[in-house]
Design a binder for this molecule. Structure first.
Ligand SMILES: Cc1cc2nc3c(=O)[nH]c(=O)nc-3n(C[C@H](O)[C@H](O)[C@H](O)COP(=O)(O)OP(=O)(O)OC[C@H]3O[C@@H](n4cnc5c(N)ncnc54)[C@H](O)[C@@H]3O)c2cc1C
Length: 337
């Protein structure tokens, strides 16, 4: 177990904000986690479990404990004629898991290529891209309740997945720490390629395979999104809003070219990036905070931006979109502090 005091989180958040945490605790297995959860001194402290910080915005130094898992490993625990079940340590880098599945010919997560972060967080966030969400393949999620210390294995249904939502993100529920994620992947390849410009990109390849889908998605994402290692960011800052059909019809009268995606809940999903672009923010900078020139949904740290400066720009975007479209954008990024 690694325990650090007054530790910089600059390398633990993709905005690269150099806040410090009072304690940083990284455990290597479930036994170490249990030990630290039972420690009376640490029980008194405020705490937050992080992955690689690619969806976090630290506003201040953290006066508590930042937990981080170092539980790794991808194990094949069951194999049938049609599928495999993988048990994956929460600290496994998500994109390494995708690469491993694709190289073995197992389908289901290839569309989730190059999403930053760790596997435990992926199951909490219900990560999604190109028409696929991790909920489509999650069998169970292994957790520890941070208050009762009990181990609980959640079935897919118990995870209460919805768009970028899960049981674990609901602040009314007890905090749970994810230690392993069990994914069911298919051996017979069923591709999902009808979303966005994926089909067009795939037309450049001689055939459609898991490997070419992964490659095409990586190409598109690299063109569209800034690499956090080069330009600090946390991906989409806001969630794509869902609005009623009536509301959508009203906006469409004024903006006939508005992009939209009908959803199953009788709602219309509008790309938040388009709304922000219409309000004139795309490519603009406000001090050290930029709105990425290729995708207005991404806020970037142009140098030494502070967390609260990024939050201020996000707030002015929210009010502008609300004023013009009557739509309230909700941050996808979690504010800490
Ligand atoms: C360039 C870029 C592109 C992105 N593209 C996408 C995309 O296409 N689709 C998408 O869905 N997301 C996307 N994201 C967002 C981000 O990658 C995901 O939300 C990712 O799952 C976060 O993983 P993380 O390990 O960085 O988690 P963190 O940001 O560290 O944490 C996220 C949440 O999970 C909690 N958490 C983390 N690990 C654990 C654990 N083991 N136990 C309990 N709680 C935990 C944290 O408390 C926090 O609430 C993108 C981000 C970036 C920077």
């Amino acid at each position: 177990m690694r325990i650090e005091q007054n530790y910089s989180l600059e390398q633990h958040n993709t905005f690269h904000i150099p806040v410090k945490t009072r304690w940083f605790i990284e455990y290597n297995n479930e036994e170490e986690l249990q030990r630290v959860l039972h420690d009376e001194y640490f029980q008194e402290c405020l705490s937050l479990h992080i992955g690689s910080g690619s969806n976090l915005l630290f506003l201040n130094d953290y006066n508590g404990i930042i937990f981080h898992s170092n539980i790794k490993g991808v194990n094949l625990v069951e194999e049938t004629d049609n599928s495999v079940l993988l048990r994956i340590g929460a600290a496994e880098k998500w994109d390494d898991v995708v690469a491993y599945a694709v190289s073995n010919g197992w389908s289901g997560i290839e569309n989730l290529s190059l999403i930053p972060g760790e596997t435990g967080a992926a199951a909490i966030q219900n990560i999604g891209a190109y028409g696929v969400e991790i909920k489509d393949v999650v069998e169970t999620v292994e957790t520890y309740n941070q208050l009762s210390f009990e181990k609980r294995i959640f079935t897919n249904k118990e995870c209460e997945y919805a768009y970028r939502r899960s049981y674990f993100k609901n602040e009314h529920n007890d905090p749970h720490i994810v230690t392993y994620v069990n994914l069911r992947l298919q051996k017979n390849t069923q591709f999902s390629i009808n979303y966005g410009n994926l089909k067009e990109e795939l037309a450049k390849y001689p055939e459609i395979t898991l490997a070419t889908i992964r490659e095409a998605i990586i190409t598109i994402r690299k063109e569209k999104l800034p690499d956090p290692a080069v330009l600090g960011n946390a991906g989409s800052f806001f969630m794509n809003p869902l609005i009623s059909i009536e509301h959508f019809e009203r906006i469409k009268k004024q903006y006939p070219s508005i992009p939209f995606y009908p959803t199953t809940e009788n709602k219309i999903k509008i790309p938040a990036g388009w709304l922000i672009e219409q309000c004139g923010f795309k490519g603009k900078s406000h001090g050290a905070v930029g709105v990425y020139e290729k995708q207005a949904l991404v806020l970037v740290n142009l140098g030494d931006a502070k967390g609260h400066e990024i939050a201020l720009v996000a707030e002015s975007i929210r009010s502008a979109v609300n004023e013009r479209f009557g739509i309230e954008l909700m941050p996808e990024v979690k504010y800490v502090g």
